[in-house]
Design a protein around this ligand. Sequence first.
Ligand SMILES: Cc1cc2nc3c(=O)[nH]c(=O)nc-3n(C[C@H](O)[C@H](O)[C@H](O)COP(=O)(O)OP(=O)(O)OC[C@H]3O[C@@H](n4cnc5c(N)ncnc54)[C@H](O)[C@@H]3O)c2cc1C
Length: 305
Amino acid sequence: MEKQTLLQYLKEILGEENVVENKPLKNHTYTKLGGEADFFVTPVTYEQVQQVVKLANKIDIKFTLLGNGSNLIIRDGGIRGIVMYLGKLNKVTVSDTTITAQSGSLIADVSKQALKSHLTGLEFACGIPGSVGGALFMNAGAYGGEIKDVLTNAKVVTIDGELKTVLADHLDLTYRSSNIPDNGYIVLEGEFALKEGDYDGIKAVMDDLTFKRESKQPLEYPTCGSVFKRPKGYFAGKLIQDSHLQGKQIGGAEVSRKHAGFIINKDNATASEYISLIKHVQQVVKEKYGVQLEREVRIIGEDLS
Ligand SMILES: Cc1cc2nc3c(=O)[nH]c(=O)nc-3n(C[C@H](O)[C@H](O)[C@H](O)COP(=O)(O)OP(=O)(O)OC[C@H]3O[C@@H](n4cnc5c(N)ncnc54)[C@H](O)[C@@H]3O)c2cc1C
């Protein structure tokens, strides 16, 4: 299909203001890396999400979902086809001890909403910078809590563009993983079952976790958070620290001196430099300790041609 025809179809589905051609993606990722999206669409209704999926299927065009970009590295050549950003679907509602949050709302904001409503269970998420969709996809977690502990079900769009409600037990939520990518689900909302709690107690826990995060993580630089998953029996940060890799730079990317598990975009790094540094860290740790570090961060898109 001609680019102009596709653009026209997308504008008919989403409205002129919700479709952008050749959209730079740098500012949609926490690492501030990456090229452009051919077509960047921001649906405002569930029906629009379904229609875009059906259109992409019909004309067989590549389709990529973007949450809050806090666990993604986009390569320098950008992303071909359609990139869908769900940030405008961001309603959060509270009913009794249940919170229902649309996928584009931030999990940290949902956690703050829980605090306001005197509900306990989401304190662990107060500093995780992802969207609800991204948090379910990754089974995000911190300081002993994870999405799995509080999620009851999710509303999703299937690869055929149909709406479906899936019980949390059917999402295979395990350490930083779910079956959402394998099923090709687009998460539209998550429902969280919390418990009544004491405002001051919940706030004290959140303040403590925020202090821990801010004092240990290099949040002053663009970064994707922990680059690697925790290897069984080890800590990725400790292995990297003991390999004397802190401060190691490739181009503008550097292994953080503050937290060895983080790689920072210190000085206008390219995605290619950042990814080379990830591979270098994996190689050195493997050579020294025989441990294969598995990436937590996802790398998508194309290299520059
Ligand atoms: C400073 C910092 C600290 C962090 N701390 C933590 C932490 O403590 N614990 C933790 O678990 N993570 C942490 N992270 C990582 C990250 O915040 C989480 O993995 C988060 O869940 C990613 O959500 P996102 O919306 O940013 O997803 P994105 O990075 O935008 O996307 C990640 C993946 O999710 C998919 N996705 C996004 N939205 C949807 C949707 N609606 N439906 C289906 N798939 C979707 C995308 O296609 C992509 O493959 C941290 C990151 C940073 C930068």
